[in-house]
Ligand binder design. Sequence first.
Ligand SMILES: Cc1cc2nc3c(=O)[nH]c(=O)nc-3n(C[C@H](O)[C@H](O)[C@H](O)COP(=O)(O)OP(=O)(O)OC[C@H]3O[C@@H](n4cnc5c(N)ncnc54)[C@H](O)[C@@H]3O)c2cc1C
Length: 423
Amino acid sequence: MNDAVDTTTALKAKLYGTRGSPEAYAIRDFLHRCDIFFEWVELTSDAQARSEAGTSGLHDPRLPICQFSDGTRLEHPTVRQIAEKLGWLRTPSRTEYDLAIYGGGPAGLSAAVYGASEGLRTVLVERFALGGQASTSPRIENYLGFPRGISGGELAERAREQADRFGTEILLLRTGVRGEFTPGRGVGHLDDGTRLVARASVCATGVSYRRLGLPDEERFLGAGVYYGAGASEAELCGKAGVFVVGGGNSAVQAALHLAKYAASVTIVIRGASLKESSSEYLIARVSRTPNVKVMPCSEVVALDGGELLHTITLRDNQTGKEWVEETNWLFLCLGGVPHTDWASEVGIVRDAGGYLVTGPDLIADRDRPPGWTLNRQPYYLETNIPGVFAAGDVRHGAIKRVASAVGEGAMAIALVHRYLNGG
Ligand SMILES: Cc1cc2nc3c(=O)[nH]c(=O)nc-3n(C[C@H](O)[C@H](O)[C@H](O)COP(=O)(O)OP(=O)(O)OC[C@H]3O[C@@H](n4cnc5c(N)ncnc54)[C@H](O)[C@@H]3O)c2cc1C
Protein backbone atom coordinates (compact mmCIF):
# COMPACT_ATOMS: atom_id res chain seq x y z
CA MET A 1 0.00 0.00 0.00
CA ASN A 2 2.58 2.49 1.20
CA ASP A 3 2.50 5.65 -0.89
CA ALA A 4 -0.84 4.54 -2.28
CA VAL A 5 -2.68 5.17 0.94
CA ASP A 6 -3.52 8.71 -0.07
CA THR A 7 -5.10 7.33 -3.20
CA THR A 8 -7.10 4.94 -1.05
CA THR A 9 -8.55 7.57 1.19
CA ALA A 10 -9.38 9.78 -1.75
CA LEU A 11 -10.83 6.99 -3.84
CA LYS A 12 -14.25 5.65 -2.99
CA ALA A 13 -15.53 2.34 -4.28
CA LYS A 14 -18.96 0.91 -4.94
CA LEU A 15 -19.21 -2.82 -5.41
CA TYR A 16 -22.19 -4.23 -7.32
CA GLY A 17 -22.96 -7.91 -7.17
CA THR A 18 -25.37 -10.62 -6.24
CA ARG A 19 -25.91 -12.44 -2.99
CA GLY A 20 -23.81 -15.56 -2.70
CA SER A 21 -21.24 -14.54 -5.29
CA PRO A 22 -17.89 -15.95 -4.07
CA GLU A 23 -16.01 -13.37 -6.16
CA ALA A 24 -17.91 -10.50 -4.54
CA TYR A 25 -17.31 -12.02 -1.13
CA ALA A 26 -13.55 -12.24 -1.73
CA ILE A 27 -13.48 -8.53 -2.65
CA ARG A 28 -15.67 -7.50 0.29
CA ASP A 29 -13.52 -9.56 2.66
CA PHE A 30 -10.33 -8.03 1.31
CA LEU A 31 -11.54 -4.41 1.42
CA HIS A 32 -13.07 -4.87 4.84
CA ARG A 33 -9.91 -6.41 6.26
CA CYS A 34 -7.90 -3.55 4.78
CA ASP A 35 -10.25 -1.12 6.55
CA ILE A 36 -11.21 0.48 3.25
CA PHE A 37 -14.56 2.18 3.08
CA PHE A 38 -16.73 0.89 0.25
CA GLU A 39 -20.40 0.58 -0.53
CA TRP A 40 -21.81 -2.87 -1.28
CA VAL A 41 -24.84 -2.79 -3.58
CA GLU A 42 -26.61 -6.12 -3.55
CA LEU A 43 -28.48 -6.55 -6.81
CA THR A 44 -31.75 -8.40 -6.43
CA SER A 45 -33.53 -7.97 -9.78
CA ASP A 46 -32.61 -7.81 -13.47
CA ALA A 47 -34.12 -4.33 -13.66
CA GLN A 48 -31.92 -3.08 -10.81
CA ALA A 49 -28.83 -4.77 -12.33
CA ARG A 50 -29.55 -2.94 -15.60
CA SER A 51 -30.31 0.47 -14.15
CA GLU A 52 -27.73 0.62 -11.36
CA ALA A 53 -24.84 -1.55 -12.55
CA GLY A 54 -25.29 -1.12 -16.30
CA THR A 55 -25.38 -4.87 -16.93
CA SER A 56 -27.81 -7.00 -18.92
CA GLY A 57 -29.21 -8.54 -15.75
CA LEU A 58 -28.39 -10.49 -12.62
CA HIS A 59 -26.58 -13.23 -14.54
CA ASP A 60 -24.32 -10.95 -16.54
CA PRO A 61 -20.80 -12.48 -16.37
CA ARG A 62 -19.33 -9.00 -15.89
CA LEU A 63 -20.59 -9.03 -12.29
CA PRO A 64 -19.35 -8.22 -9.70
CA ILE A 65 -18.45 -4.71 -10.81
CA CYS A 66 -16.31 -2.31 -8.85
CA GLN A 67 -16.97 1.33 -9.66
CA PHE A 68 -14.41 3.83 -8.36
CA SER A 69 -15.08 7.49 -7.75
CA ASP A 70 -12.46 8.46 -10.37
CA GLY A 71 -14.65 6.81 -13.00
CA THR A 72 -12.72 3.54 -13.27
CA ARG A 73 -14.99 0.56 -13.68
CA LEU A 74 -13.55 -2.92 -13.07
CA GLU A 75 -15.73 -5.74 -14.38
CA HIS A 76 -15.46 -9.14 -12.71
CA PRO A 77 -12.16 -8.06 -11.16
CA THR A 78 -9.83 -10.20 -9.11
CA VAL A 79 -8.70 -9.02 -5.69
CA ARG A 80 -5.30 -8.48 -7.27
CA GLN A 81 -6.75 -6.13 -9.92
CA ILE A 82 -8.47 -4.14 -7.19
CA ALA A 83 -5.24 -3.91 -5.18
CA GLU A 84 -3.46 -2.83 -8.35
CA LYS A 85 -6.03 -0.12 -8.96
CA LEU A 86 -5.54 1.10 -5.40
CA GLY A 87 -1.81 1.29 -6.12
CA TRP A 88 -0.91 -1.35 -3.58
CA LEU A 89 1.13 -3.69 -5.74
CA ARG A 90 4.80 -2.94 -5.82
CA THR A 91 7.99 -4.66 -6.80
CA PRO A 92 10.95 -4.99 -4.43
CA SER A 93 13.21 -1.94 -4.63
CA ARG A 94 16.38 -3.70 -3.44
CA THR A 95 18.34 -6.72 -4.45
CA GLU A 96 19.11 -7.52 -0.82
CA TYR A 97 17.53 -6.72 2.54
CA ASP A 98 18.66 -7.06 6.13
CA LEU A 99 15.38 -8.65 7.08
CA ALA A 100 12.61 -10.49 5.25
CA ILE A 101 9.38 -11.11 7.12
CA TYR A 102 6.87 -13.64 5.81
CA GLY A 103 3.30 -13.04 6.99
CA GLY A 104 1.61 -9.72 7.73
CA GLY A 105 -0.47 -10.60 10.78
CA PRO A 106 0.16 -9.02 14.20
CA ALA A 107 3.50 -10.83 14.61
CA GLY A 108 4.80 -9.90 11.16
CA LEU A 109 3.60 -6.30 11.38
CA SER A 110 5.18 -5.90 14.80
CA ALA A 111 8.47 -7.32 13.51
CA ALA A 112 8.23 -4.88 10.59
CA VAL A 113 7.67 -1.86 12.86
CA TYR A 114 10.56 -2.76 15.16
CA GLY A 115 12.89 -3.94 12.38
CA ALA A 116 12.44 -0.90 10.15
CA SER A 117 12.43 1.58 13.05
CA GLU A 118 15.70 0.13 14.27
CA GLY A 119 17.43 0.67 10.96
CA LEU A 120 17.05 -2.71 9.28
CA ARG A 121 16.26 -2.67 5.58
CA THR A 122 13.02 -4.58 5.95
CA VAL A 123 10.64 -6.26 3.52
CA LEU A 124 7.35 -7.90 4.49
CA VAL A 125 5.49 -10.39 2.31
CA GLU A 126 1.76 -10.98 2.83
CA ARG A 127 -0.26 -13.40 0.73
CA PHE A 128 -3.65 -11.68 1.20
CA ALA A 129 -4.65 -8.80 3.50
CA LEU A 130 -2.56 -7.39 6.32
CA GLY A 131 -3.68 -8.17 9.86
CA GLY A 132 -3.95 -11.94 9.48
CA GLN A 133 -6.54 -13.62 11.67
CA ALA A 134 -6.88 -10.48 13.73
CA SER A 135 -8.17 -8.53 10.74
CA THR A 136 -11.11 -10.93 10.51
CA SER A 137 -12.23 -10.04 14.02
CA PRO A 138 -14.94 -7.40 14.31
CA ARG A 139 -13.73 -6.36 17.77
CA ILE A 140 -10.61 -7.22 19.73
CA GLU A 141 -11.36 -6.33 23.31
CA ASN A 142 -8.37 -7.60 25.23
CA TYR A 143 -5.53 -5.83 23.44
CA LEU A 144 -3.78 -3.46 25.77
CA GLY A 145 -4.57 0.21 25.29
CA PHE A 146 -7.98 -0.19 23.65
CA PRO A 147 -10.43 -0.31 26.56
CA ARG A 148 -13.46 -0.21 24.29
CA GLY A 149 -11.93 -2.64 21.81
CA ILE A 150 -10.77 -2.08 18.26
CA SER A 151 -11.75 -3.79 15.03
CA GLY A 152 -9.04 -6.07 13.68
CA GLY A 153 -9.11 -4.20 10.36
CA GLU A 154 -8.43 -0.89 12.04
CA LEU A 155 -5.66 -2.33 14.20
CA ALA A 156 -4.02 -3.79 11.09
CA GLU A 157 -4.34 -0.53 9.18
CA ARG A 158 -2.75 1.41 12.04
CA ALA A 159 0.11 -1.09 12.21
CA ARG A 160 0.54 -0.92 8.43
CA GLU A 161 0.78 2.85 8.58
CA GLN A 162 3.37 2.60 11.35
CA ALA A 163 5.46 -0.02 9.52
CA ASP A 164 5.23 2.02 6.34
CA ARG A 165 6.27 5.21 8.09
CA PHE A 166 9.45 3.53 9.29
CA GLY A 167 10.22 2.39 5.76
CA THR A 168 9.12 -1.24 5.59
CA GLU A 169 8.51 -2.42 2.04
CA ILE A 170 5.23 -4.30 1.98
CA LEU A 171 4.67 -6.82 -0.79
CA LEU A 172 1.00 -7.62 -0.76
CA LEU A 173 -0.80 -10.53 -2.43
CA ARG A 174 2.36 -12.56 -2.70
CA THR A 175 3.04 -15.90 -1.05
CA GLY A 176 6.37 -17.23 0.14
CA VAL A 177 6.58 -20.74 -1.27
CA ARG A 178 10.17 -21.88 -0.79
CA GLY A 179 13.33 -20.89 1.00
CA GLU A 180 17.07 -21.54 0.77
CA PHE A 181 19.21 -20.67 3.73
CA THR A 182 22.97 -20.45 4.02
CA PRO A 183 24.79 -18.68 6.88
CA GLY A 184 24.01 -14.95 6.68
CA ARG A 185 21.87 -15.28 3.57
CA GLY A 186 18.30 -16.40 3.11
CA VAL A 187 16.59 -16.55 -0.25
CA GLY A 188 12.80 -16.55 -0.26
CA HIS A 189 10.98 -17.55 -3.42
CA LEU A 190 7.55 -16.03 -3.92
CA ASP A 191 4.69 -17.50 -5.93
CA ASP A 192 5.07 -14.88 -8.67
CA GLY A 193 8.71 -15.81 -9.24
CA THR A 194 10.13 -12.95 -7.16
CA ARG A 195 13.31 -13.84 -5.27
CA LEU A 196 14.02 -12.05 -2.01
CA VAL A 197 17.50 -12.08 -0.50
CA ALA A 198 17.91 -11.16 3.16
CA ARG A 199 20.48 -11.58 5.92
CA ALA A 200 17.85 -12.74 8.40
CA SER A 201 14.27 -13.97 8.09
CA VAL A 202 11.24 -14.03 10.34
CA CYS A 203 8.49 -16.52 9.62
CA ALA A 204 5.21 -15.13 10.96
CA THR A 205 2.81 -17.02 8.74
CA GLY A 206 0.35 -17.87 11.52
CA VAL A 207 -2.33 -20.42 10.91
CA SER A 208 -5.10 -20.87 8.35
CA TYR A 209 -8.65 -21.84 9.16
CA ARG A 210 -9.34 -25.48 9.71
CA ARG A 211 -12.06 -26.79 7.42
CA LEU A 212 -15.03 -29.01 8.19
CA GLY A 213 -13.89 -31.43 5.51
CA LEU A 214 -17.37 -31.80 3.99
CA PRO A 215 -17.83 -32.56 0.27
CA ASP A 216 -19.42 -29.24 -0.83
CA GLU A 217 -17.49 -26.95 1.48
CA GLU A 218 -15.32 -25.37 -1.24
CA ARG A 219 -18.32 -24.86 -3.51
CA PHE A 220 -20.21 -22.88 -0.88
CA LEU A 221 -17.24 -20.81 0.25
CA GLY A 222 -18.41 -17.21 0.01
CA ALA A 223 -21.87 -18.46 -0.98
CA GLY A 224 -23.19 -19.35 2.46
CA VAL A 225 -20.06 -20.74 4.11
CA TYR A 226 -17.61 -18.28 5.63
CA TYR A 227 -14.42 -18.78 7.63
CA GLY A 228 -13.85 -16.65 10.69
CA ALA A 229 -15.99 -14.07 12.36
CA GLY A 230 -17.62 -12.78 9.20
CA ALA A 231 -16.71 -9.19 9.94
CA SER A 232 -17.59 -8.16 6.40
CA GLU A 233 -20.77 -10.26 6.27
CA ALA A 234 -22.51 -9.60 9.59
CA GLU A 235 -24.47 -6.56 8.43
CA LEU A 236 -25.71 -8.50 5.40
CA CYS A 237 -27.34 -11.27 7.46
CA GLY A 238 -30.59 -9.32 7.65
CA LYS A 239 -33.10 -11.10 9.80
CA ALA A 240 -31.83 -14.56 9.04
CA GLY A 241 -30.96 -17.49 11.27
CA VAL A 242 -27.22 -17.90 11.43
CA PHE A 243 -25.04 -20.83 12.55
CA VAL A 244 -21.52 -20.58 13.97
CA VAL A 245 -19.41 -23.71 14.35
CA GLY A 246 -16.75 -23.73 17.06
CA GLY A 247 -16.55 -23.13 20.77
CA GLY A 248 -13.38 -21.06 21.19
CA ASN A 249 -13.24 -17.37 22.00
CA SER A 250 -13.18 -16.38 18.35
CA ALA A 251 -16.35 -18.39 17.64
CA VAL A 252 -18.18 -16.87 20.59
CA GLN A 253 -17.05 -13.36 19.65
CA ALA A 254 -18.29 -14.03 16.13
CA ALA A 255 -21.68 -15.19 17.44
CA LEU A 256 -22.09 -12.13 19.64
CA HIS A 257 -21.23 -9.83 16.77
CA LEU A 258 -23.56 -11.59 14.34
CA ALA A 259 -26.36 -11.46 16.92
CA LYS A 260 -26.48 -7.67 16.49
CA TYR A 261 -27.78 -8.18 12.94
CA ALA A 262 -29.23 -11.68 12.61
CA ALA A 263 -32.59 -12.91 13.93
CA SER A 264 -30.93 -15.80 15.75
CA VAL A 265 -27.46 -17.26 16.12
CA THR A 266 -26.82 -20.90 17.00
CA ILE A 267 -23.36 -21.88 18.20
CA VAL A 268 -22.72 -25.51 17.28
CA ILE A 269 -20.14 -27.22 19.49
CA ARG A 270 -18.93 -30.77 19.86
CA GLY A 271 -18.33 -30.38 23.60
CA ALA A 272 -20.92 -30.41 26.35
CA SER A 273 -20.62 -26.69 27.06
CA LEU A 274 -18.74 -23.54 26.16
CA LYS A 275 -17.01 -23.66 29.54
CA GLU A 276 -14.49 -26.15 28.15
CA SER A 277 -13.27 -23.81 25.45
CA SER A 278 -14.26 -20.19 25.97
CA SER A 279 -13.58 -17.33 28.41
CA GLU A 280 -16.01 -16.63 31.20
CA TYR A 281 -16.71 -13.02 30.21
CA LEU A 282 -17.83 -14.19 26.77
CA ILE A 283 -19.98 -16.99 28.15
CA ALA A 284 -21.66 -14.47 30.45
CA ARG A 285 -22.42 -12.28 27.47
CA VAL A 286 -23.93 -15.20 25.58
CA SER A 287 -26.29 -15.84 28.47
CA ARG A 288 -27.35 -12.17 28.37
CA THR A 289 -27.99 -12.23 24.60
CA PRO A 290 -31.45 -13.69 23.98
CA ASN A 291 -31.01 -14.42 20.27
CA VAL A 292 -27.87 -16.56 20.79
CA LYS A 293 -28.21 -20.21 21.77
CA VAL A 294 -25.68 -22.99 22.15
CA MET A 295 -26.20 -26.40 20.59
CA PRO A 296 -23.90 -28.75 22.52
CA CYS A 297 -22.60 -32.21 21.56
CA SER A 298 -23.43 -31.52 17.92
CA GLU A 299 -21.75 -31.12 14.58
CA VAL A 300 -22.53 -30.14 11.00
CA VAL A 301 -22.37 -33.24 8.81
CA ALA A 302 -23.68 -32.06 5.42
CA LEU A 303 -24.22 -28.92 3.35
CA ASP A 304 -26.79 -28.56 0.60
CA GLY A 305 -28.11 -25.94 -1.77
CA GLY A 306 -27.93 -24.58 -5.30
CA GLU A 307 -25.72 -21.61 -6.07
CA LEU A 308 -26.19 -20.59 -2.44
CA LEU A 309 -26.15 -22.71 0.69
CA HIS A 310 -29.76 -23.54 1.63
CA THR A 311 -29.60 -26.19 4.34
CA ILE A 312 -27.18 -27.79 6.74
CA THR A 313 -27.55 -31.22 8.32
CA LEU A 314 -26.74 -31.44 12.00
CA ARG A 315 -26.06 -34.50 14.11
CA ASP A 316 -26.54 -34.92 17.84
CA ASN A 317 -23.45 -36.91 18.78
CA GLN A 318 -25.07 -38.36 21.89
CA THR A 319 -28.15 -39.79 20.24
CA GLY A 320 -26.92 -40.05 16.64
CA LYS A 321 -30.09 -38.22 15.51
CA GLU A 322 -29.68 -36.11 12.35
CA TRP A 323 -31.87 -33.24 11.21
CA VAL A 324 -31.87 -30.47 8.62
CA GLU A 325 -31.90 -26.72 9.30
CA GLU A 326 -32.49 -24.03 6.71
CA THR A 327 -29.83 -21.34 6.58
CA ASN A 328 -27.83 -19.30 4.10
CA TRP A 329 -25.26 -18.39 6.73
CA LEU A 330 -22.72 -20.76 8.21
CA PHE A 331 -19.62 -19.32 9.89
CA LEU A 332 -16.77 -21.69 10.65
CA CYS A 333 -14.48 -20.72 13.52
CA LEU A 334 -12.62 -23.96 14.00
CA GLY A 335 -9.16 -22.72 14.90
CA GLY A 336 -6.25 -23.07 12.58
CA VAL A 337 -3.43 -25.16 11.20
CA PRO A 338 -0.01 -23.87 10.17
CA HIS A 339 1.13 -24.31 6.57
CA THR A 340 4.81 -24.96 6.95
CA ASP A 341 5.58 -27.63 4.36
CA TRP A 342 8.22 -25.30 2.90
CA ALA A 343 10.00 -25.45 6.29
CA SER A 344 10.32 -29.21 6.37
CA GLU A 345 11.70 -29.08 2.81
CA VAL A 346 14.66 -27.03 4.10
CA GLY A 347 15.11 -29.05 7.27
CA ILE A 348 13.48 -26.67 9.76
CA VAL A 349 12.28 -28.65 12.75
CA ARG A 350 8.47 -28.79 13.16
CA ASP A 351 6.33 -30.43 15.79
CA ALA A 352 3.70 -33.06 15.04
CA GLY A 353 1.14 -30.34 14.24
CA GLY A 354 3.48 -28.58 11.78
CA TYR A 355 4.35 -25.68 14.11
CA LEU A 356 7.94 -24.39 13.96
CA VAL A 357 10.09 -25.36 16.92
CA THR A 358 12.38 -22.67 18.30
CA GLY A 359 14.96 -21.92 20.99
CA PRO A 360 14.86 -24.03 24.15
CA ASP A 361 12.33 -26.44 22.62
CA LEU A 362 15.03 -27.51 20.16
CA ILE A 363 17.36 -28.60 22.92
CA ALA A 364 17.03 -32.26 23.82
CA ASP A 365 19.00 -33.49 26.83
CA ARG A 366 21.19 -30.39 26.63
CA ASP A 367 22.16 -31.30 23.06
CA ARG A 368 21.92 -28.68 20.37
CA PRO A 369 19.79 -29.54 17.33
CA PRO A 370 21.45 -31.85 14.78
CA GLY A 371 23.46 -29.88 12.22
CA TRP A 372 23.71 -26.78 14.46
CA THR A 373 27.25 -25.47 13.97
CA LEU A 374 27.36 -22.26 16.00
CA ASN A 375 29.07 -22.00 19.34
CA ARG A 376 25.87 -20.96 21.07
CA GLN A 377 22.41 -22.33 21.55
CA PRO A 378 19.55 -21.17 19.29
CA TYR A 379 17.96 -17.94 20.51
CA TYR A 380 14.51 -18.13 22.03
CA LEU A 381 12.65 -17.54 18.74
CA GLU A 382 15.31 -18.95 16.43
CA THR A 383 14.67 -22.15 14.49
CA ASN A 384 17.34 -24.79 14.03
CA ILE A 385 18.61 -22.78 11.04
CA PRO A 386 20.66 -19.81 12.29
CA GLY A 387 19.15 -16.48 11.29
CA VAL A 388 15.69 -17.92 10.60
CA PHE A 389 13.25 -16.90 13.33
CA ALA A 390 9.60 -17.72 13.98
CA ALA A 391 7.09 -15.47 15.74
CA GLY A 392 3.41 -15.67 16.59
CA ASP A 393 0.91 -18.46 16.07
CA VAL A 394 3.11 -20.42 13.66
CA ARG A 395 5.53 -21.14 16.49
CA HIS A 396 5.33 -24.26 18.62
CA GLY A 397 4.00 -23.30 22.04
CA ALA A 398 2.68 -19.87 20.98
CA ILE A 399 -0.01 -18.39 23.21
CA LYS A 400 -2.26 -17.48 20.27
CA ARG A 401 -3.24 -13.97 21.23
CA VAL A 402 -2.76 -10.68 19.41
CA ALA A 403 -0.65 -9.32 22.27
CA SER A 404 1.67 -12.31 22.37
CA ALA A 405 2.08 -12.31 18.58
CA VAL A 406 2.95 -8.59 18.71
CA GLY A 407 5.36 -9.27 21.60
CA GLU A 408 7.07 -12.08 19.74
CA GLY A 409 7.42 -9.92 16.64
CA ALA A 410 9.22 -7.31 18.71
CA MET A 411 11.34 -9.89 20.51
CA ALA A 412 12.33 -11.51 17.22
CA ILE A 413 13.90 -8.24 16.11
CA ALA A 414 16.04 -7.98 19.25
CA LEU A 415 17.30 -11.48 18.46
CA VAL A 416 17.80 -10.66 14.77
CA HIS A 417 20.10 -7.80 15.84
CA ARG A 418 22.12 -10.19 18.02
CA TYR A 419 22.38 -12.61 15.12
CA LEU A 420 23.40 -9.92 12.61
CA ASN A 421 25.97 -8.59 15.05
CA GLY A 422 27.66 -11.96 15.00
CA GLY A 423 26.22 -13.27 18.25
C1 LIG B 1 -12.00 -14.40 14.49
C2 LIG B 1 -10.83 -14.27 15.42
C3 LIG B 1 -10.92 -13.45 16.53
C4 LIG B 1 -9.84 -13.32 17.38
N1 LIG B 1 -9.96 -12.49 18.45
C5 LIG B 1 -8.91 -12.32 19.28
C6 LIG B 1 -8.99 -11.43 20.38
O1 LIG B 1 -10.04 -10.82 20.61
N2 LIG B 1 -7.91 -11.28 21.16
C7 LIG B 1 -6.73 -11.94 20.94
O2 LIG B 1 -5.76 -11.73 21.66
N3 LIG B 1 -6.62 -12.81 19.90
C8 LIG B 1 -7.68 -13.02 19.07
N4 LIG B 1 -7.57 -13.89 18.02
C9 LIG B 1 -6.30 -14.60 17.81
C10 LIG B 1 -5.28 -13.68 17.11
O3 LIG B 1 -5.91 -13.02 16.03
C11 LIG B 1 -4.07 -14.47 16.64
O4 LIG B 1 -3.47 -15.08 17.74
C12 LIG B 1 -3.06 -13.56 15.94
O5 LIG B 1 -3.65 -12.96 14.78
C13 LIG B 1 -1.82 -14.33 15.52
O6 LIG B 1 -1.00 -13.47 14.79
P1 LIG B 1 0.12 -14.02 13.79
O7 LIG B 1 0.72 -12.82 13.16
O8 LIG B 1 1.01 -14.94 14.51
O9 LIG B 1 -0.64 -14.91 12.72
P2 LIG B 1 -1.87 -14.61 11.75
O10 LIG B 1 -2.77 -13.61 12.34
O11 LIG B 1 -2.40 -15.96 11.42
O12 LIG B 1 -1.20 -13.94 10.47
C14 LIG B 1 -0.40 -14.68 9.60
C15 LIG B 1 -0.36 -13.97 8.25
O13 LIG B 1 0.57 -14.65 7.41
C16 LIG B 1 0.04 -14.71 6.10
N5 LIG B 1 0.69 -15.85 5.41
C17 LIG B 1 0.52 -17.16 5.67
N6 LIG B 1 1.32 -17.89 4.88
C18 LIG B 1 2.01 -17.01 4.12
C19 LIG B 1 3.01 -17.16 3.12
N7 LIG B 1 3.46 -18.36 2.76
N8 LIG B 1 3.48 -16.04 2.53
C20 LIG B 1 3.04 -14.81 2.89
N9 LIG B 1 2.10 -14.61 3.83
C21 LIG B 1 1.61 -15.71 4.45
C22 LIG B 1 -1.45 -14.89 6.31
O14 LIG B 1 -2.20 -14.49 5.16
C23 LIG B 1 -1.69 -13.99 7.52
O15 LIG B 1 -2.02 -12.67 7.13
C24 LIG B 1 -8.64 -14.05 17.14
C25 LIG B 1 -8.55 -14.90 16.02
C26 LIG B 1 -9.64 -15.01 15.18
C27 LIG B 1 -9.54 -15.92 13.97
